[in-house]
Design a protein around this ligand. Structure first.
Ligand SMILES: C[S@@+](CC[C@H](N)C(=O)[O-])C[C@H]1O[C@@H](n2cnc3c(N)ncnc32)[C@H](O)[C@@H]1O
Length: 382
């Protein structure tokens, strides 16, 4: 299909064929100086048609190795390279040729040259903000409707109460750099640590139940550790562990991201251990235990860095208990700024599966709505 360009000239043909992006949405490695040379050469043109011609040539060169006469796809052993998303790059080229004036076209060209030449990152992640359009996978809205759990590799759905891997994945991509350290105080079967290992982050997890600790470590260690990071779940009580001492084991003084996915009070009983937060006697006891864990763990979180709390509400004796917001208030007493409240959907849990009709009936009788969401509260340490 061809693109219709808004123009007064009715005879003008479409300039750029719409690319069927299927198969193009992948990273390609290019010869960076060559790419810049071609972009800059187009930028030196004095007419719009000559500039467009140069961009057509560039796109032709990029399409297949056979048409690559300039050596764009030809990477020397010590050559300077750039890894770039092909869909993003083609989208930028399309915008350049579709611009209606030479100035506008040059403006887009200049922006592309900058994105290729310069790395603009901030202190808390590795995202190159000059190429922000490439990050289709990074969520920025406060409503997350994720239809499928990532079940790749060793990720398993069978630990009752684990979260979907996309949660720690999103958090680490946005709030950590490669090689940094993450702390998960309720590690469960190690979802955060598996993701951390894949993303090149180090992660220490704490979990109370010895059998769960073993399962988590077996899973983590059975996956390829491409970036040679440290990822380990320790058996301990998050409320009473000495966090400084724990980190010393890894020659660290602090972590750069804190993730907590506690029991949602007593919705799922994880064990008989009285230290287990799912065995708290009352909501207030639960909140006091959470407060203690947040205070202790946040002492090893670097200032200005993020804390993601994943939690849902509960329903008890005919009343909706806003556990999420109550816990959020506890955290706000511990020196944090609230940055976002993300609402995330969930489909039926293992517990509620096969009970859909029963819950719908209960909801209709009881005048309430069935939980289909949980929260990710995002805080920044002051
Ligand atoms: C909601 S699950 C976390 C699941 C985890 N995010 C995953 O994906 O596997 C909560 C976990 O916290 C653990 N837990 C409860 N109280 C704890 C405590 N005081 N210290 C450490 N772990 C605790 C439970 O055993 C349970 O595995």
């Amino acid at each position: 299909m061809a693109v219709n360009i808004k123009t007064n000239d009715k005879t003008q043909k479409p300039l750029f064929e719409e690319i069927d992006f299927i198969g193009y949405d992948k990273a390609i490695i290019l010869n960076k100086p060559k790419l810049l040379e071609m972009i800059n050469a187009a930028g030196n043109e004095v007419s719009l048609s000559a500039l467009r011609e140069k961009i057509f040539t560039l796109r032709g060169q990029l399409s297949t190795i056979k048409t690559d006469r300039e050596g764009l796809l030809n990477i020397g052993i010590n050559g300077d390279t750039i890894q770039i998303n092909q869909k993003y790059l083609f989208g930028e080229l399309k915008q350049i040729v579709e611009a209606q004036t030479l100035d506008r076209s040059k403006y887009y060209l200049h922006r592309l040259a900058k994105a290729v030449a310069e790395q603009k990152t901030n202190k808390i992640n590795d995202l190159n903000l000059n190429r922000w359009k490439e990050y289709d996978d990074i969520l920025t809205d406060s409503l997350w409707v994720l239809d499928k759990r990532d079940s790749s590799g060793v990720h398993k759905a069978d630990y009752w109460g684990n979260f979907i891997p996309q949660i720690p994945n999103q958090m680490m991509k946005r709030y950590t750099k490669k090689g940094e350290w993450v702390l998960d105080t309720f590690a469960g079967c190690g979802t955060t640590l598996i993701e951390a290992q894949r993303l090149g982050r180090n992660c220490v997890g704490i979990e109370l139940q010895p059998n769960v600790v073993k399962t988590a470590n077996d899973l983590i260690w059975s996956e390829l550790n491409r970036f040679n990071t440290t990822n380990e779940v320790i058996k301990a009580d998050s409320a009473n562990i000495d966090y400084e001492k724990l980190l010393q084991k890894y020659r660290q003084n602090s972590v750069q991201l804190l993730i907590m996915h506690p029991p949602y009070f007593d919705i799922i009983k994880f064990s008989d251990d009285p230290r287990d937060l799912s065995n708290a006697k009352t909501v207030n006891d639960f909140l006091a235990m959470m407060g203690q864990i947040v205070r202790k763990a946040s002492a090893v979180l670097d200032k200005g860095r993020y804390f993601a709390l994943v939690i849902g509400d509960k329903y008890s004796k005919g009343e909706w208990i806003p556990l999420g917001f109550l816990t959020m208030q506890e955290v706000l007493k511990c020196g944090f700024t609230l940055k976002s409240i993300i609402v995330k959907n969930f489909e039926e849990t293992l517990g509620k599966r096969n009970q859909k009709d029963l819950w719908r009936y209960r909801a209709l009788v009881g005048g309430f709505y069935i939980f289909k969401h949980e929260y990710i509260f995002l805080f920044k340490r002051k």
